[in-house]
Write a protein that binds this ligand. Structure first.
Ligand code: 13P
Length: 259
């Protein structure tokens, strides 16, 4: 069975108290998965900045299987006059090893450009962090037949400056904007098509030899996990809503593995 990455993007949810409650529940729910966490299953959670330190402490205190920790965003400069921003050393201090870059909510609500996303990706790689690079088309882009053109631009602008080694250190996340938070996931075939295409594009940029991990994100839950995660080109899920409770989050893996 392939290795599955199960990543939970909490977005602007979870206070410190709710975060501690999540990890208390996680300790119980993850016990039956002790043999696979860190091996066949790589779990990571991405709390908001205000809960990142508490999450890191809770993870360090865990006796059983623990998730990896990531941040939802960073600035590309290590410090300076950037009001409201958070740096890579700041999230590293909390224990983060992963950072979500280029989420569609950052692109569309906060106007992040391809250029900014490329700078953030490079800064994370330079610091030894794993960028979780998100890309995906809107409904309008899909319906007008421009999905692959848009995703090609999103991916190439961030990836072209990178070496093959760097391309292999990124986790890629295909998230169609129309499937995020809508309850309407892409079909397994639609997700497979894009993930397989992405792998070819990445291998082309790396001139072969890169075994890129590509996740699917958009309304993933226990009920559709088996169908999506069984697809050959899909290496895991980036989960929003269903990741806020440890039980519904981990159920995504068990629904796949027990099938
Ligand atoms: P939902 O799982 O809530 O659709 O969110 C997906 C997402 O945007 C994860 O980054």
């Amino acid at each position: 069975m392939k290795k599955i990455r199960l990543y939970g993007n909490w977005k602007m949810n979870m206070t410190r108290g709710e975060t501690l409650a999540f990890f208390a529940e996680f300790e119980k729910s993850a016990k039956p998965l002790a043999a696979v966490v860190g091996k066949a299953l790589e779990v990571a959670v991405f709390p908001p900045f205000t809960a990142l330190w508490a999450a890191g402490e809770a993870i360090r205190a865990m006796e059983g299987p623990a998730p990896l920790l990531g941040a939802q965003n960073v600035h590309f400069e290590p410090k300076g006059a950037f009001t409201g921003e958070v740096s890579i050393p700041m999230v590293e201090e909390c224990g983060a090893t992963h950072v979500i870059i280029g989420h569609s909510e950052r692109r569309h609500i906060f106007g992040e450009s391809d250029g900014l996303i490329a700078q953030k990706t490079k800064a994370c790689l330079a610091a030894g962090l794993t960028p979780v690079l998100c890309y995906g088309e809107t409904l309008e882009e899909r319906e007008s037949g421009r999905a692959f053109e848009v995703m090609g631009r999103q991916l190439c602008s961030a990836l072209e400056p990178l070496s093959a080694d760097e391309l292999g250190r990124i986790v890629y996340a295909y998230e169609p904007v129309w499937a995020i938070g809508t309850g309407k996931s892409a079909t397994a075939d639609e997700a497979q098509e894009v993930c397989a295409w992405s792998k070819e594009l990445i291998a082309g940029l790396a001139k072969g030899g890169v075994d890129a991990a590509v996740l699917y994100g958009g309304s993933v839950k226990g009920a559709n996990a088996k169908e999506l995660l069984s697809m050959e080109a899909i290496d895991g899920a980036l989960v929003g809503g269903a990741s806020l409770k440890a039980e519904s989050f981990l159920e995504i893996y068990t629904a796949y593995a027990e099938a």
